[in-house]
Each structure stands twice: as structure tokens, then as C-alpha cells.
Design a binder for this molecule. Structure first.
Ligand code: SF4
Ligand code: SF4
Length: 376
């Protein structure tokens, strides 16, 4: 079959299985991106969640010997939640970032990529493929950019004319030389909104992100949240959408036509105190399908405690005291004591002082002292 005809069939099939955008690029190394990656690591911007060496991340042939082309796919996701429950006094709520709304996007994209692989092999059984989503070594964003799906904005996201920044990206390396698409020539121009509005100054203004400063990264760590981010995290349980929400390129876009992206308002915007004493089994049953819980229950609970402190939620004091006294994990215990100090201020002094005398864990004691400082 002619290369162009083969490509057209693949494109048509992709649209029929719920892929919103598809683009093609050659499988040559990503040389410019390799330089950026090296610079990114040198500057200490990496999150530590990245996979593979700079060579593996930029040379498709290291993932598939016979690599000739790469197919990039994008599936848009909604950014508006109908019937979102209100966060009100006595019932404060946290929020999962939009990329975590609905079934885990790794599952969603892998299902579509598997179907696409099967279809390609049906057309030509000799074609070899290797698909990856997020956890693979190639950069989903860089592949998407070179495949013409969009340009990379100052917020670091691929901006597609139809989906804006709200899309899941995945790719497939293939041994068939599909004709490549043109890169999209576009830019943010004079706009600098995401850089200006980022609560922690994590965006460098050139599409580069200092992951260590980014709240999205910080919500996913398992230790104590560094002090400087505790007042910035707000009610975020996982991720941060600010640099996408302010982006004018997302105006009027809300991709909500995928039946397999089902929004569960009570799960995605949960009542905070209900998270603090939840069992592992119940947590897994209610939240286990979300991409946002890939680091487990602890970071979500830690963030929920910080969110209660953010709201100065006095109605949560009883549960915070139970958690501080009974939870065995220093991060949760210590953060709870800190939150009690922050919420009750001087009224917390006597309680924290009494508990300090009988507390044995040094990390928890350090947080208790911080709680006292919040209180004076
Ligand atoms: S996700 Fe939030 S913290 Fe991170 S760069 Fe965007 S606005 Fe800043
Ligand atoms: S907010 Fe403005 S500067 Fe930032 S990505 Fe969107 S268009 Fe670009």
C-alpha cells in the first residue's frame, strides 16, 4: 500500500476510536531537545520522576531498533465539572487537578494505542510498533510538537488549536516510514499570563519549568511539604491547573465528548475531613482509579490537612487532634499538629505543649514547634 494511503487509513481509524488529534514525525533523534534536557538537569529543574537517560529519551531507535516514524496522539479531557459540590464552612473540599479527572489516562490512552497497533498490523503484519504513555522514555510533549499537534507554550504544555492544553498525549514508534506532518508554527506572542500567575514562580518564561518549585510536583512528594509551599498549595490535593486555567488559548474549549471520561464530582472534589481517617481499602476503592493517587494515600492526606489549615477550618479540629495523636506516620502526625497551631492560633498553645512532652518522634516535634510558632 502507498505510504500516504496507509497514513490516511490510520488517521481515519484513529478518529473512529476516540483519538481527537493524530500527527506523524520521523524517528530521527531529538537533538535540540537533548540539549534542553541536559541544561534542565544541570539547572536542577528535574522532578526526579523522569524516566531514562538523555540518550534514551531522545533517540527513538534505542526503544525500537527498526524505528522509522513516530505517531503522536492526543485525547482531550474536560476542564469543567458540572454539578461540582460547593466547598463551604463545615464541609471544606479539596480538588484533584483536571488531568486526573476520570479513569487513569494511562489506561485510557493505552487502550486506544493498542487498538491502533492492532489495526496497523491488520493492514500490514510486518510493521513493528512500540507504544508509550507518560511512563515511556520519549517526551510525549516533544513528540507531539514535532508531529504538528501543537506548539509548546510558556506554561510548558502542548497547545493544540482544538484542544488547548487540556489533552492526554501518547505515542507509538513504528517501523513503517509514514510521511511526517509539518510542525505547527505558532507562539504565545506577548502573552505572559501563566508566568505571571504561577503562585511559586516555577515557570521560566521559555517553556521551561523548575519542577522543584512547581506545586503540581510538590503535591506528589511523600515527605513533609516544605514550609514555603504550605501557604501556596490552597485546597489542591493533587496537581495544579493555574497555568492552564489562565491560558487564553483554552478559552471556549471543554472537551467533554468521551464516554469513558466519567466525572465523579464527590470523588474529584472530596470533603477533606473524610480523607484523614479513611482505611486503605476504602481509599483504594474510592480513589484507586485516579491517576492522581499514583503516589498512594499519604500525599493526598498530607495535602488535605494543609488544605484544612488553609481554610482555617475550626470544625476539623477534633479529627485533626485524633490524627495527630493516633496516626503512626510522622508526616501525617506532624502536619496535623502544625495545622492545629495554624487554625487555633494562641488557643492551640496549651494543647501542643502538653503533647510535646510525651511525643518521641523528632520530626513530629519539629512540626509541633512550627505549630507553636503559628500560634504566637
Ligand atoms: S502547575 Fe501551578 S505551580 Fe506548576 S507551573 Fe503551573 S501554575 Fe506554576
Ligand atoms: S498563558 Fe499566555 S504565555 Fe502562557 S501558555 Fe498560554 S498563551 Fe502562552
Amino acid at each position: 500500500m502507498d505510504r500516504h494511503e496507509f497514513k490516511k487509513k490510520v488517521v481515519d481509524y484513529a478518529y473512529s476510536i476516540g483519538i481527537d488529534e493524530i500527527g506523524f514525525t520521523h524517528a530521527e533523534p531529538f537533538l535540540e531537545f537533548k540539549e534542553k534536557l541536559i541544561d534542565y538537569h544541570k539547572r536542577g529543574y528535574a522532578s526526579g520522576f523522569e524516566k531514562g537517560t538523555a540518550a534514551e529519551r531522545t533517540e527513538p531507535e534505542l526503544s525500537l531498533d527498526s524505528a522509522e516514524s513516530i505517531i503522536s496522539i492526543a485525547v482531550g479531557y474536560p476542564n469543567k465539572m458540572p454539578d461540582a459540590p460547593k466547598s463551604r464552612k463545615g464541609e471544606r473540599r479539596g480538588l484533584f487537578a483536571r488531568a486526573s479527572w476520570g479513569v487513569d489516562y494511562h489506561t485510557l490512552l493505552n487502550q486506544r494505542l493498542s487498538k491502533l497497533e492492532a489495526y496497523i498490523r491488520e493492514l500490514d503484519p510486518r510493521v513493528e510498533t512500540r507504544s508509550m504513555v507518560d511512563t515511556g522514555v520519549l517526551s510525549d510533549r516533544e513528540v507531539a510538537r514535532r508531529s504538528g499537534l501543537g506548539y509548546i507554550g510558556k506554561n510548558g504544555f502542548v497547545i493544540n488549536p482544538n484542544l488547548g492544553t487540556y489533552s492526554y498525549l501518547g505515542e507509538m514508534i513504528t517501523s513503517f516510514p509514514f510521511p511526517p506532518d509539518e510542525e505547527l508554527i505558532d507562539s504565545c506572542g506577548d502573552c505572559n499570563l501563566c508566568v505571571d500567575r504561577c503562585p511559586t514562580g516555577a515557570l521560566m518564561g521559555n517553556g521551561q519549568l523548575d519542577s522543584q518549585k512547581c506545586i503540581s510536583f510538590q503535591t506528589q512528594t511523600k515527605g513533609f511539604l516544605p514550609d514555603e509551599y504550605r501557604s501556596k498549595i490552597g485546597n489542591r490535593l493533587y496537581g495544579c491547573d493555574t497555568c492552564q486555567q489562565v491560558c487564553p488559548r483554552n478559552k471556549g474549549i471543554n472537551t467533554d465528548h468521551h464516554a469513558d471520561i466519567e466525572l465523579e464530582p464527590e470523588v474529584l472534589k472530596p470533603e477533606l475531613t473524610g480523607l484523614l481517617e479513611i482505611s486503605n481499602k476504602d481509599f483504594k476503592g474510592t480513589y484507586g482509579h485516579l491517576a492522581g493517587v499514583w503516589r498512594g494515600k499519604k500525599p493526598i492526606q498530607r495535602n488535605a490537612i494543609i488544605a484544612l489549615a488553609h481554610y482555617k477550618e475550626r470544625d476539623s479540629i477534633d479529627v485533626l487532634k485524633r490524627v495527630a495523636e493516633n496516626d503512626q506516620r510522622p508526616v501525617i502526625k506532624g502536619t496535623a499538629y502544625w495545622a492545629i497551631g495554624r487554625i487555633l492560633q494562641s488557643e492551640a498553645l496549651e494543647y501542643i505543649n502538653e503533647r510535646y512532652i510525651i511525643e518521641a518522634d523528632e520530626e513530629v516535634k519539629r512540626e509541633m514547634l512550627k505549630g507553636v510558632q503559628e500560634a504566637v
